[in-house]
Design a protein around this ligand. Structure first.
Ligand code: UDX
Length: 441
């Protein structure tokens, strides 16, 4: 009989995982402790913007016309316990307030609740990003007969559906052949076709995730450090990235210089990793991540200074600043630790009149920064602006007509914080175009 799967926590990771498992033919029950989320998902709606996710979900949510009916949502732990052969725990591990360490309270409480209801013989599978050593600790909380496995997830926001259905690799940390066999059964579907299946122990599985994210963060900060040097030496970091990227050992990806990385993962993951290494007495091994973090944070301040310079130096008081982009990356409505909003907020705090426009992130941005100005279109944001900052590289912004914007802007100056616009198009339309890590003209 086919395995029955539960997914605990229905954020980006959980909602996508639940829908993907249903797509693969499993009966799936998703649990969230927030009743509004359960209600929304049960109607086939997703509480965030993620391309393709709502379509995938609606194809399977029980009760919707034409759906497979394989996917349901609940707030009841008893239901989850009775239903599941395999329980995927997908709850959030945010950064602790005022500390580097990650907040394990959601994971701990999910495992405590699961431990009370899971059937004998079922398998609990952790997917959340956790400090190394957590799996061993959590395994001890589970009752006799309920085993644990660790199966980190590598999906990117904006590509969540594709990354889940076609993962680069599947990594499982297990302590028994039975757990490995069950997970092979879960992934013995088209999902794993062609994907390497890496079987390892708990600590390695946990570390694969944090080290992968640290590597990605390091790559971005490396190219941003090169951008700083390029600016000092009149070099062009975009050409430099292209040229070093042809070396396959380096690769082209994750070498886009700009205002740096943000979001709910990379920044907090490198900090939690440093905190955990400290606890383990291995802090020296990760001191470089402190530099990765500080190069990254410096980018935001540097963008503020470039904006100040473009306005003639001195104070922002009374200056009108248009900000294109609020989310931490395009194709997402996520504004958690967004470099774009951070820059907008800094300029606002220094007296600038900031007007933000973002294709999908406006509601979340308004909630986080209610005092900033907001416009309904890019054109409205730019109207009368003394300087325009391009801070999240949405396709919509690449397709803007510089001439049309130039007609309404107070002054034709644009700073490209993502090195994503075409300098020639903007300059030909009479704009002063400036990007990070590239010569001024
Ligand atoms: C990341 C990891 O990529 C993913 O594998 C993991 O599961 C979760 O964390 P995500 O946070 O969705 O995914 O975004 P990602 O695409 O990695 O981008 C992170 C940040 O880095 C964004 O702010 C992006 O703008 C920035 N970035 C990315 C750069 O500044 N330059 C680059 O070259 C690439």
């Amino acid at each position: 009989m086919a395995l029955k799967i539960t997914v605990i926590g229905t954020g980006y990771l959980g909602a996508t995982h639940a829908a993907a498992m249903a797509e693969l033919g499993f009966e799936v029950l998703g649990l969230d402790v927030v009743p509004e989320k359960v209600e929304m998902l049960s109607q086939g709606r997703v509480p965030m913007y993620e391309p393709g996710l709502e379509e995938l979900l609606s194809r399977h949510v029980a009760g919707l016309e034409g759906s497979s009916g394989r996917l349901r949502f609940t707030s009841s732990w008893e239901e989850v316990g009775a239903f599941g052969d395999v329980h995927f725990v997908c709850v959030n591990t945010p950064q602790k307030h005022g500390e580097y360490a990650c907040d394990m309270s959601y994971v701990d409480s999910a495992f405590a609740s699961l431990a009370a209801v899971a059937r004998e013989g079922s398998l609990a599978v952790g997917k959340s990003t956790v400090p190394v050593g957590s799996a061993a600790r959590l395994a001890a909380l589970l009752p006799e007969g309920v085993e644990l496995a660790w199966n980190p997830e590598f999906l990117r926001e904006g590509f969540a559906v594709n990354d889940t259905l076609h993962p680069d690799r599947i990594v499982v940390g297990v302590e028994s052949e039975r757990a490995e066999k069950l997970l092979r059964e879960v992934y013995a579907t088209p999902i794993a076709e062609g994907s390497p299946f890496v079987v390892t122990d708990f600590p390695t599985a946990e570390l694969v995730k944090t080290s992968a994210n640290s590597f990605l963060a390091t790559k971005i900060s490396f190219i941003n450090a090169m951008a700083e040097v390029c600016e000092a030496a009149d070099g062009d970091v975009v050409k430099l990235a292209e040229a070093i990227g042809y070396d396959e050992r380096i690769g082209k990806k994750f070498l886009r210089a700009g205002i740096g990385f943000g979001g709910g993962c990379l920044p907090k993951d490198i900090r939690a990793f440093m905190a955990r290494a400290g606890e383990l007495g291995a802090d020296q091994a990760l001191t470089f991540l402190r530099e990765v973090d500080s190069i990254n944070m410096r980018r935001r301040g540097h963008m503020v200074e470039l904006a100040r310079e473009a306005l003639g130096g001195g104070s922002f008081l009374g200056k009108r600043v248009a900000v294109l982009g609020a989310t931490f990356k395009p194709d997402s409505d996520d504004v958690r630790d967004s470099p774009a909003l951070n820059v907008a907020g800094q300029i606002h705090l220094q007296g600038g009149q900031v007007t933000v426009y973002d294709p999908k992130g406006m509601d979340n941005a308004r909630r986080l920064f209610p005092t900033l100005g907001y416009a309904d279109t890019a054109l409205d944001a730019v109207r009368g602006a003394d300087v325009v900052l391009h801070l999240t590289e949405w396709r919509e912004f690449r397709e803007l007509d510089p001439a049309e914007l130039g007609a309404v802007a107070g002054s034709r100056v644009i700073l490209d914080g993502r090195n994503a616009l075409d300098p020639v198009r903007w300059r030909e339309a009479g704009w002063t175009y400036r990007a990070m890590g590239r010569p001024a003209a």
